[in-house]
Write a protein that binds this ligand. Structure first.
Ligand code: UCC
Ligand code: FAD
Length: 546
């Protein structure tokens, strides 16, 4: 017989110790063995698809993970960018106004090898410029702290920035397209609610973004005048997400190395930067720098394909590449002067005008030149393992982000309207006075200089006539006008280069060839309402308007 004690059935004391419930994290990410096995046995392309499936965004408990997994190579590029001072060089100002050119020249060399880490660097640089020129670091200490991190060379402290402007309705006319609202909090901060449709380099530590401040009645001001600029940190102290949800990664033609996501802001804590309702104007220093980077990278890609296609001998490409490089460097020179407090009023106006023209011209040409360059390699230029096609894919985006060609052409009209036709005098005076200082006769470039002066005058005459007689033509002509101004200004830069003490014979050939090309502008009558109606009827022929 077995004796059964009643104690055996008494309830045990619960005691103080409780074993924590085991946590299950992403089972695939943590299973190194399984990952290694699959990598060993499956072809790379299969592995990519299978991994994407196995790493899906929901954990075993149905909770959204919201983790952006980047490769170790991408993270290493972050560290290299910091150590090499890809942003820092411009703000350390070791070489005063030349620091900007130093940084830009380094970007030309580094950009095409950076697997597009040049994109977060461009935005980080833009953010640093925004903060520095805002003069708001006393008022908003967070900005001062961020500036130190954006401009450090220490990889462990280095932060990158995003620039979140585009929403679902569109990215060009942000005044009409921004739905994000900012709800004021008692401590002076705001909570943002909205959906950002494109956020490149989504692994950024901070972002500048636009939103509309909600008044106590819950109302917002529509249009551009209702937009304010906000600073946010993507993670709060302790590392938790700042109420951001990574909804989807974009599947893109190019720039695939770069994570670009749709992001939901679900009460993200943010701080107002600058005056309420002045969001577009307040973010404009960031646009100046990111558009400069865009042009520099466009020129750098052109240079890279040229260096690669040694046997390729169309001079046209050589000329275009040099012209674009010079225009980008000239813009950087002006940014350097402004940052160092050395810019004259004319320099500042010139920079305002050239910045958009430079970006739109170089981005457009990069696609054409790289396409030619690929063709020069024959079928090999189309094969991924040559490493060439990626240049074309990645260059295409340069015409779209940071303002499309049309939108940047309209920026030229904005400047014309705001400053008045005097802005053209500034360009004309600059072109003429720089030409007048050159030994044109010795360099046998006198007739080219005459041509440049005449063409500059043609542009001015066109604008003044249009403003007086047919103002509505200006909008239609804006793109040709921007391209023509770029063309004339580059002519002057190339002639200047060809006349320098260090010029090579090929600099002279480049200047001659460039000047032998004609301007883009057609007679004013080509841009009238009736012409536009004719264009429209050709395009819409047979299309049933709903
Ligand atoms: O695409 C993006 C990031 C991509 C990744 C980074 C790549 C970097 C290169 C990497 C290389 C590898 S971020 C999204 C970029 N989005 C855009 O660029 C938007 C494009 N749309 C425009 O640019 C539009 O023209 C807008 C948004 C500027 C139009 O806005 P508004 O509000 O209708 O413009 P307003 O009313 O004409 O101007 C408002 C104020 C005015 O000042 P006030 O009021 O004092 O007269 C303008 O003069 O802002 C001033 N302003 C500017 N100031 C407008 N644009 C500028 C400017 N560019 N510079 C100075
Ligand atoms: P739309 O504005 O719809 O333009 C469509 C067409 O209409 C264009 O051809 C344009 O030129 C033309 N158009 C528009 N307005 C006019 C006009 N007034 N007159 C004549 N023509 C006009 N945005 C961000 O904010 N942050 C990011 O990090 C970011 N990353 C991006 C990454 C990639 C890879 C891409 C492709 C885009 C990214 N963008 C980002 C968005 C980008 O800035 C926008 O795509 C761009 O500004 C154009 O806006 P949209 O796509 O809405 O085109």
């Amino acid at each position: 017989e077995q004796k059964v004690s009643p104690d055996s059935f008494q309830r045990a004391k619960r005691g103080a110790f409780f074993q924590p419930r085991p946590q299950l994290y992403n089972t695939f990410v943590e299973d190194v063995f399984l990952r290694q096995y699959l990598q060993r046995v499956m072809p790379v392309e299969v592995c990519e698809e299978v991994f994407a499936d196995l790493e899906r965004k929901y954990n075993a408990w149905g909770e959204k993970v919201d983790e952006l997994v980047t490769s170790s190579a991408w993270r290493t590029l972050h560290d290299i960018a910091a150590e090499e001072g890809m942003v820092a060089i411009a703000y350390e100002r070791k070489h005063a106004q030349w620091s900007r050119l130093h940084q830009v020249a380094k970007t030309i060399l580094w950009g095409p090898s950076s697997a597009l880490y040049s994109c977060p660097i461009a935005m980080t640089d833009g953010a640093a410029m925004l903060i520095e020129s805002s003069g708001l670091t006393q008022e908003l200490p967070q900005l001062g702290k961020a500036f130190a991190r954006l401009t450090t060379r220490d990889p462990t402290n280095f932060w990158t920035s995003g620039q979140w402007m585009t929403e679902r309705r569109g990215g060009s006319d942000v005044g009409q397209s921004t739905d994000t609202v900012a709800v004021p909090q008692e401590d002076g901060s705001y909570r943002l609610y909205g959906y950002k449709w494109f956020t490149s380099a989504t692994d950024a530590d901070i972002a500048f973004t636009l939103a509309r401040v909600q008044d106590p009645q819950g109302l917002v001001t529509p249009g551009s005048r209702g937009l304010s600029l906000f600073y946010l940190e993507t993670r709060l102290g302790g590392g938790a997400h700042n109420s951001l949800e990574l909804v989807r990664l974009k599947d893109k033609l190019g720039t695939r190395q770069l994570p670009t996501a749709e992001v939901l802001l679900d009460g993200s804590t943010a701080h107002l930067v600058g005056t309420e309702g002045r969001g577009v104007a307040t973010i404009s220093p960031m646009l100046t720098v990111t558009r400069l980077h865009n042009s520099i990278i466009s020129a750098a890609y052109m240079r890279r394909i040229l260096q690669l296609s040694r046997d390729y001998s169309t001079r046209r490409t050589v000329v275009e590449t040099r012209g674009c490089t010079l225009l980008g460097l000239e813009t950087a020179r002006l940014v350097g002067l402004k940052e160092a407090g050395l810019a004259t009023k004319s320099d500042t106006l010139l920079l305002r005008l050239l910045n958009s023209i430079n970006k739109l011209y170089t981005a457009k040409q990069a696609v054409a030149v790289i396409s030619e360059g690929l063709e020069s390699f024959g079928g090999a230029g189309y094969l991924e393992d040559t490493g060439l096609p990626v240049l074309l894919r990645d260059a295409q985006v340069g015409t779209i982000w940071e303002g499309t060609t049309n939108v940047l052409s309209l920026d030229l009209l904005r400047v014309l309207q705001k400053v008045g036709p005097e802005i053209l005098e500034v360009v004309t005076d600059t072109v003429k006075s720089r030409l007048s200082r050159l030994p044109l006769a010795r360099c046998q470039l006198e007739s080219e200089a005459d041509l440049i002066r005449d063409r500059m005058q043609d542009v001015v005459t066109f604008v003044l006539r249009a403003m007086g007689e047919e103002p509505q033509c200006l909008e239609v002509a804006a793109r040709d006008l921007a391209l023509s101004l770029a063309h004339v200004y580059i002519s002057m830069l190339l002639v200047e280069q060809a006349c320098s003490d260090r010029a090579s014979p090929s600099d002279r050939v480049t200047a001659e060839r460039w000047c032998s090309r004609s301007l883009q502008l057609s007679p004013l009558t080509s841009y009238t309402k009736s012409q536009t109606a004719a264009d429209l009827s050709m395009v819409m022929d047979g299309h049933r308007l709903s």
